[in-house]
Write a protein that binds this ligand. Structure first.
Ligand code: ACO
Length: 347
C-alpha cells in the first residue's frame, strides 16, 4: 500500500457583481480594446460592500465538501491562501473553520500572493503524506479589489475577486498504478530580491495602513515567462514525464499572453488549457482553484486526468504542481459519489 493525497472535490464562488472593461473606461483613461489586447481580460467580479474574503471562501469550501461527498466534520486541516485577509489577525481560515463548522480542524493562512494556492496545496499535501491529517480543505480566496488603487489604470484593470477550494483526502492505495494518483509532486520557489516588482505599499509593521498594489508590469511579465517555464520543466522532469502526458494545464490567470506562452512551450493547443481570464481577470490565490473547479464542473477535467497547475506572483513566489485528479473508483462511476468508499481512513 502507498499513501497518496487524492484530490476528490472542488468548489468555487464568484461575487454577483460584474464590472466590465467599459465601466472601468468610464473611471480611468483606458479602453476595452487596450485591456483585451494586452491581457485577455473582458470583465471581473467585485465583492459587494461588506462581503469579505471569508464569505467567498466559505461558499467555495461548502461547495467543495459537497462535491467530495464529505462534511465539515471530516476536515482535519484548512490551509487557506489569501493576500487580502479579513483582518491582520486572526487568520481568515479560522473564520472559515467557524462558518462551515469544521470543529476539529486546525486552520491557518498561507501568504504567497498569486502563487498562494500552489503553496497551500504543497503544505496540505505534506500534512497528509506524513499522516498528520487525513482530510484537507485547501482554499484560495481574495477580495483583491480592496487593495487596488482605482486611480492607477496600470493595475486596477487587471484584478478581480473570487474563491476556489479543493478537498484532499489521504488514501492508502495498492496495485501497480497506485503511485500515479493524486498530488504527484509540487515545486516551490522564491526570489526575494525581486520583491519590488510587485508589492503593496503598506502593512502593519511599516506604515500601519493596508496600502495599495504597486507593480512594474514589464518586469513581472519578464520574470513570469521565464520562471514559469523553468518550474514546468522541473515538474515534468521530477515525474519522468513529457508534456504529452499532461491532459490539462490550469495556469494562474494573470495575462492571456503569459498563458499562451506556457501552452506553446508545452506544445499544447489552447483547447487543453483552462483559461478563464476573460471572465474572472486575475483573482490572485483564487485563480487556479476557480479555473480548475469550472473545468471539473463543465466536464472538461475528468477523473483520471493529469492536470498541471502553475502560478507566480509577488515575492516573487512561484510554483507548480502535477495532480492526477480523482480516485481510481471514480473512473468507473464517473462521479465523486463513490470516491469516499475507496479512501482508507488513517488510524
Ligand atoms: N489602459 C490604457 N493604457 C494603459 C493602461 C490601461 N489600463 N495601463 C497602462 N497603459 C499604457 C502605459 O501608460 C503605456 O503608455 P506609454 O507608452 O504612453 O507610456 C502603454 O500603455 C504601455 O504600457 P506597458 O506597461 O508597456 O504595457 P505592457 O504591454 O507591458 O502591458 C501589462 C502591461 C498588461 C501590465 C503587462 O506588462 C503584464 O501583463 N505584465 C504582467 C503583470 C501581471 O500579470 N501582474 C499581475 C500580478 S502578478 C501575476 O499574477 C503574474
Amino acid at each position: 500500500m502507498m499513501r497518496r493525497t487524492l484530490l476528490i472535490g472542488s468548489g468555487s464562488y464568484l461575487p454577483e457583481r460584474i464590472v466590465t472593461n467599459e465601466e472601468l473606461a468610464a473611471r480611468v483613461n483606458t479602453s476595452d480594446d487596450w485591456i483585451r489586447q494586452r491581457t485577455g481580460i473582458g470583465q471581473r467580479h467585485i465583492a459587494a460592500d461588506g462581503e469579505l474574503t471569508s464569505d467567498l471562501a466559505t461558499k467555495a469550501a461548502d461547495r467543495a465538501l459537497q462535491h467530495a461527498g464529505l462534511t465539515a466534520e471530516d476536515v482535519d486541516v484548512i490551509v487557506m491562501a489569501t493576500t487580502t485577509p479579513d483582518a491582520t489577525f486572526p487568520a481568515t481560515a479560522t473564520k472559515v473553520q467557524a462558518n462551515i463548522g469544521a470543529t476539529h480542524a486546525f486552520a491557518f493562512d498561507v501568504q504567497a500572493v498569486c502563487a498562494g494556492f500552489v503553496y497551500a496545496l504543497a503544505v496540505a499535501d505534506n500534512f497528509l503524506k506524513l499522516g498528520q491529517a487525513r482530510t484537507a480543505l485547501v482554499i484560495g480566496a481574495e477580495t483583491f479589489s480592496r487593495i487596488l488603487d482605482w486611480e492607477d489604470r496600470s493595475t486596477c484593470v487587471l484584478f478581480g475577486d473570487g474563491a476556489g477550494a479543493v478537498v484532499l483526502r489521504a488514501a492508502d492505495l495498492g496495485g501497480p498504478d497506485a503511485q500515479s494518483w493524486g498530488v504527484l509532486s509540487t515545486h516551490l520557489h522564491t526570489d526575494g530580491t525581486a520583491r519590488d516588482a510587485l508589492y503593496v505599499d503598506g502593512g502593519p509593521s511599516s506604515t500601519g495602513t493596508v496600502g495599495h498594489v504597486r507593480m512594474n508590469g514589464k518586469e513581472v511579465y519578464r520574470h513570469a515567462v521565464s520562471k514559469l517555464a523553468a518550474v514546468i520543466d522541473e515538474t515534468l522532469a521530477a515525474n519522468g514525464l513529457t508534456a504529452s502526458a499532461v491532459d490539462w494545464l490550469v495556469p494562474h490567470q494573470a495575462n492571456r499572453r503569459i498563458i499562451e506562452s506556457m501552452a506553446n512551450r508545452l506544445e499544447m493547443p489552447m483547447s487543453k488549457v483552462i483559461c478563464s481570464i476573460e471572465r474572472h481577470a486575475n483573482t490572485s490565490a483564487a485563480s487556479v482553484p476557480l479555473a480548475f473547479d469550472e473545468a471539473v464542473r463543465d466536464g472538461r477535467i475528468k477523473p483520471g486526468d493529469v492536470v498541471l497547475v502553475e502560478a507566480i506572483g509577488g515575492g516573487l513566489a512561484w510554483g507548480a504542481g502535477l495532480i492526477r485528479y480523482g480516485a481510481p473508483v471514480m473512473i468507473k462511476s464517473g462521479t465523486v459519489e463513490t470516491a469516499r468508499e475507496e479512501v482508507v481512513p488513517i488510524t
